[in-house]
Design a protein around this ligand. Structure first.
Ligand code: ATP
Length: 234
């Protein structure tokens, strides 16, 4: 049994079907990357797992139990946290207040506290009283990750954490992944940058038009296979 599984997961926005029978698994201590072009359905998959989009009750199981029909805050309390695309900080609140919001609904203690998040991203300790709006994009992304960690998740869902950031900043942010794993989380990382996904992931899923078109370990996937799964075979 995997830590997290989706079974024949579908998702709709009104009449528009965005996911068609998606099956993915995440094992304990694993990092899985989801790659795919704009509109492939990556965000929809993350939002379905996190309960932000409602699913068929049996479509998502976590720790052996179906969670697909539960509200997002209940899923989070059970240990599944999401770093949403676009960071979604509260702009008028300080760094520290934004981080503390991550403890809302928390039922278990663990490695992650304000102090350990500040150790992970020391710049946030310096800027703890600054409002969200005063931060650079990379710093905002660190707050978004820290906020999710504050719930001490077993599964961390990261949606395009490198979007719009400079390469040097992306490197800083991905440098946090080993510490996050060491503290006991498994990760699902949505990433448009294929090389970055290959570097961080134990396994990769490629999506196109709402379906998984390819999966495997980074070493097992050829450039050609990824290209076809990402863009469609010519
Ligand atoms: P991106 O990299 O652009 O975020 P993505 O792979 O995450 O792409 P999704 O955001 O999941 O893709 O979108 C999948 C499909 O669902 C797209 O065709 C998109 O236009 C559509 N879609 C997403 N959100 C909505 C919505 N709120 N209402 C209607 N259609 C939506």
């Amino acid at each position: 049994m995997s830590l997290l599984e989706t079974h024949n997961l579908t998702a709709h926005y009104g009449d528009f079907q965005a996911l068609f029978g998606v099956d993915i698994t995440l094992e304990e201590a694993e990092t899985v990357a989801i790659i795919g072009a704009n509109g492939a359905g990556k965000t929809t998959l993350m939002r379905s797992i996190a309960g932000v989009l409602r699913n068929a009750a049996e479509a998502v199981t976590y720790d052996g139990r179906p969670v697909g029909a539960q509200p997002a805050d209940e899923i989070m309390a059970q240990g599944v946290a999401m770093v949403p695309e676009g960071r979604k900080l509260f702009p008028s609140l300080s760094v520290e207040e934004n981080l503390l919001i991550g403890t809302y609904g928390r039922k278990k203690s663990g490695h992650w506290t304000l102090n350990t998040v500040y150790d992970l991203f020391p710049i946030l300790r310096e800027r703890r009283n600054s409002p969200g709006t005063a931060l650079s994009g990379g710093q905002q992304q660190m707050v978004a990750i820290g906020r999710a960690l504050m719930s001490n998740p077993r599964v961390l869902l990261c949606d395009e954490i490198s979007l719009g950031l400079a390469p040097v900043v992306i490197k800083d942010i991905y440098a946090a992944v080993p510490a996050i794993k060491a503290a006991g989380a498994s990760l699902v990382v949505v990433e448009q940058d294929i090389a970055q996904a290959m570097a961080v992931a134990d396994r990769v899923y490629c999506m196109m038009e709402g379906r998984i078109t390819l999966s495997g370990t980074p070493e097992s996937l050829s450039r050609e296979a990824i290209h076809d799964a990402y863009f469609g075979a010519a």
